[in-house]
Ligand binder design. Sequence first.
Ligand SMILES: [Zn+2]
Length: 140
Amino acid sequence: MADQDQDLADVAPYDPGDGSLPVFRWKQAGPGLATRRQLRKMGLRPGGQEPVARIECRGGKRWAWLYRIDLAKPKFAMTLAKEAALDAAMAARQTCGICRRRYFHCLPLKTLGSCLECFDGTPADPASYIAPPAKHLLAA
Ligand SMILES: [Zn+2]
């Protein structure tokens, strides 16, 4: 453990400092673990998880965080999923409950429950909404 303590001291600026992470020698990391660079090659990214171990070579002079592959997120799919989730939240506030048109601005759904056009006939600017179904925009 003395070795490890020494190594931790060397990389202190980047280390969480609790000394709890296992340290692997280069190429000795357990299966299911990968560095950020290895994840990227697989089309993955850490996805917000904390590193679970450190891998190092040459006595700790070069090292990298190790992440769990099973917790890693696909780079692109996750971005899309996130956008879709955000989009769904926005859509709920921008979509008229009656005509299902989706506006580029939030509607007074709490008070009117619909867009102005449905509520009192005020014509909506065609440039201010997307005709339903708006979901297809995401797939494009
Ligand atoms: Zn409407």
